[in-house]
Design a protein around this ligand. Structure first.
Ligand code: G1P
Length: 291
């Protein structure tokens, strides 16, 4: 069985849910405390054993490239001021992994974005990490959990979470086969953003996937689906005619940072988790609470 060595991170969307911020700055650069959200996603990939990362961009998002590259001018400045901790901070990531890029010319949907990664992926299984979903995996990263499930099954694995029924229309929803009880389930079907009234379950795809390269043959011929977009979920459904597809309930906490509420929740929790900020954050919360 081939090792999962590569990860794909789509980041070519317009980020309309975060306007006006996203008029000039990609939503992937929104910080949780002091670190862009996309850096947490790349870190998760590295901590899961991924060796190569591809970020799918559009031409308005060059600052993402700047963030993951070296900055010799800033490095020289920090060195001259003897700010060695800051120097280490900005050098760490470029030294850990070489991020590659490709461009999605038209925003035709997630399935179309993933198809842009075909050349990078080649004939290997790969991890797909969506930037709106930030995980604090427990006891280890979400992508690592999925890679382990891939190693057991040799098949596509979708990371899932249970959502309230009123929210099912925001997600790809999984239909497990009969007699499914463990957290790793053989799936019978998937459906993208069903209406609550017809939703077959509340088991939602949570922005993490291990996909086999067979997905590309279906993405190439995928018709538009929900929202007039080329949907990855629709191609996964067609993939099921050829290969088994599993779901794995991801253990840990998920933040939906594509929503303002989820973004604020992550900001508070990430600050509380930081040694240098937790007591300040706690005090801010306590003072507000007293009022
Ligand atoms: C995408 C996928 C959907 C998945 C969701 C997870 O939807 O199409 O299947 O459940 O991400 O965040 P989006 O949120 O991009 O509309």
């Amino acid at each position: 069985m081939k090792k999962v060595r590569k990860a794909v991170i789509p980041a070519a969307g317009f980020g309309t849910r975060f306007l006006p911020f996203t008029k000039a700055v990609p939503k992937e650069m929104l910080p949780l405390v002091d670190t862009p959200t996309i850096e947490y996603i790349v870190q998760e990939a590295i901590e899961s054993g991924i060796e190569e990362v591809l970020i799918i961009l559009n031409t308005e998002k060059e600052c993402i490239k700047t963030h993951f590259g070296n900055n010799p001018v800033l490095e020289k400045f920090l060195q001259s001021k003897n700010k060695l901790e800051d120097l280490e901070l900005i050098r760490k990531l470029p030294n850990q992994i070489k991020v590659q890029y490709c461009y999605q010319q038209k925003q035709l949907g997630l399935g179309h974005a993933v198809l842009c990664a075909e050349e990078f992926v080649g004939n290997e299984p790969f991890a797909l990490l969506l930037g709106d979903d930030v995980y604090v995996g427990d006891p280890y990263p979400a992508t690592q959990q999925l890679i382990e499930a891939y190693q057991k099954t040799g098949c596509t694995v979708l990371g899932t979470l249970e959502v309230p029924y009123e929210d099912v229309s925001k997600y790809g929803i999984c239909i497990p086969g009969e007699n499914s009880t463990s957290s790793l389930l053989l799936l019978e079907s998937v459906v993208e953003k069903p209406k609550q009234e017809v939703a077959p379950s509340n088991l939602a795809i949570g922005g993490r996937y291990i996909l086999t390269p067979a997905i590309f043959q279906f993405l190439k011929t995928q018709n538009k689906g929900t929202g007039g977009e080329i949907q990855l979920t629709d191609s996964i459904l067609r993939l099921m005619s050829k290969e088994h597809v599993y779901s794995l309930a991801i253990a840990g906490k998920r933040y939906d940072i594509g929503s303002k509420k989820g973004f604020l929740e992550a900001t508070v929790d990430f600050a509380l988790a930081r040694e240098d900020l937790s007591s300040d954050m706690q005090n801010i919360i306590n003072q507000r609470y007293k009022k």
